[in-house]
Write a protein of this length. Structure first.
Length: 137
């Protein structure tokens, strides 16, 4: 009969692995984009801890848990991610915010970076682009 001593608890191992991953919240109005991002993020050294499609959802999720990284779309239900970026950057200074948008004009990129974004991902994007952006912050 095998002894329990020295054997790893699979649930504890999974918890430790999850705790060692950097947390990400996804805010994008397109459910398909959120699903695609979730698959990419959870397959790597990151874990999605929340997601939503509006500015209200972003504020609600962040009021409950603060992630390492926030992926924030520009065009959202309830307004522009650019309009709330500076507020979120000041409220959650330890959270790195990466903007995501199909509207990646030079003005939008410049405004995002000026207001505190740590990066910008243009849509459509590739798996590698997302991971590289996450790794850089």
């Amino acid at each position: 009969m095998a002894s329990a001593c020295g054997q790893e608890n699979p649930e504890k191992s999974a918890l430790i692995e999850t705790m060692s991953k950097r947390s990400v919240v996804i805010i994008d109005d397109d459910g398909d984009i959120r699903s695609f991002l979730r698959v990419i993020i959870n397959a790597g050294d990151y874990i999605v801890m929340g997601e939503g499609g509006s500015i209200a959802a972003a504020k609600s999720i962040l009021s409950e848990r603060v992630p390492h990284i926030l992926l924030l779309d520009i065009n959202l239900e309830g307004g522009s991610g650019l309009d709330v970026l500076e507020y979120l950057h000041k409220q959650y200074p330890d959270t790195k915010i990466i903007m995501i948008s199909g509207d990646a004009t030079s003005d939008n990129v410049k405004k995002a970076l000026t207001q505190g974004a740590a990066g910008f991902i243009a849509k459509p994007f590739k798996h590698e682009t997302v991971i590289q952006a996450l790794d850089r912050v």
